[in-house]
Write a new protein. Structure first.
Length: 318
């Protein structure tokens, strides 16, 4: 099969103009609204969303019209959600959530950090790994026709696999035909390597079964999506460290990546420094953490054309 040209995601105006199907959706751990955006593109109407992080909620409100609650999910009851949506238990079509993944990520401490108080969503929180059970508590009270949940692929590896099995057991005990698969976005039309465990459940009285997308026979590279980028910087530590931002490599718009693939393959993480003002805001945010290592370097004039092309692309999403 010949790979079709890469098509960027639709602009927000296009998404909002898409017809509704009459199906309803409630979201938890909603972040800036990426999953809610996907449900809207599929014709769902999001009745209620929740995220404890204030900056994520601010971004959500800029792009999506549905209300977003800011409470810790431990404080939210199914009765609260039903009252806010005007639904009765069992009437919601899809309940969705992506409980925090830091406790299971292979990039973190995994089970060695379970039970500890750690920073999450801008504040200290204990037992973040147990928030999946809070999500299951709401699932039990809402009784939607179907659910979708997501977490990192590390949840099915090592000691964490026991946690995964417990979650699956509880989903089935609540009366849902439940399945889970590891899906990788790079095989689903996204120029990013992003493997995630996707849980899908259908209530036992609903005449349907969980379904998952089939992988495409091709992948898109970063160059397919951003053809004007000139070079890539390899970060062997897999993070955007201070030394990456104090080099003189500001001649072109840079792409910082977590492996050596250059621009010809999907990547783990992408960061664009878009313009001098964005760079100054970055410095203002992160200098307190890095100290004098982060210097006042600015983007040279040579970046102007790259910035314009990237800026125009992002403007089209609004």
């Amino acid at each position: 099969m010949r790979k079709p040209p890469y098509r960027p995601p639709p602009a927000m105006a296009e998404v909002k103009a898409a017809p509704l199907t009459g199906l309803t959706h409630v979201s938890t751990f909603s972040g800036c609204g990426g999953t809610c955006l996907g449900f809207r593109m599929a014709g769902f109407r999001t009745l209620w969303a929740n995220d404890v992080e204030e900056h994520a909620r601010a971004s959500y409100r800029l792009n999506l019209d549905s209300p977003i609650d800011g409470r810790d999910i431990r404080e939210v009851t199914a009765a609260d959600v039903l009252a806010a949506t005007g639904l009765e238990a069992g009437a919601l079509d899809v309940f969705e959530g992506s409980p925090p993944c830091t406790a299971f990520s292979t990039a973190g401490k995994r089970h060695h950090g379970w039970g500890e108080t750690k920073q999450h969503a801008g504040r200290a929180q204990a037992n973040v790994e147990d928030l999946f059970f809070e999500w299951l508590r709401l699932l039990d009270g809402l009784r939607p026709r179907a659910f979708v949940a997501e977490n990192v692929a590390g949840m099915v590896k090592g000691v964490a696999k026991g946690y995964f099995k417990d979650v699956m057991r509880r989903m089935k005990a609540l009366g849902y035909r439940s399945e889970a698969r590891v899906l990788d976005a790079q095989w689903l039309g996204v120029p990013q390597r992003r493997a995630r465990v996707i849980f899908v459940g259908v209530r036992e009285d609903v005449p349907a079964s969980p379904r998952f997308p089939e992988p495409l026979p091709y992948r898109y590279s970063v160059r397919d999506a951003l053809p004007w980028l000139g070079s890539a910087r390899y970060d062997p530590r897999g993070q955007f460290a201070a030394y990456d931002f104090t080099t003189q490599e500001h001649i072109r718009l840079r792409l910082y990546v977590a492996h050596r693939a250059g621009l010809e393959k999907p990547h783990l993480t992408v960061l664009n420094v878009l313009d001098p003002q964005a760079w100054k805001e970055f410095l203002a945010t992160y200098r307190p953490a890095f100290g004098d290592e982060l210097k006042d370097e600015s983007l040279p004039e040579a970046d102007a054309e790259s910035f314009k092309q990237t800026h125009d692309m992002f403007q089209s999403f609004k």
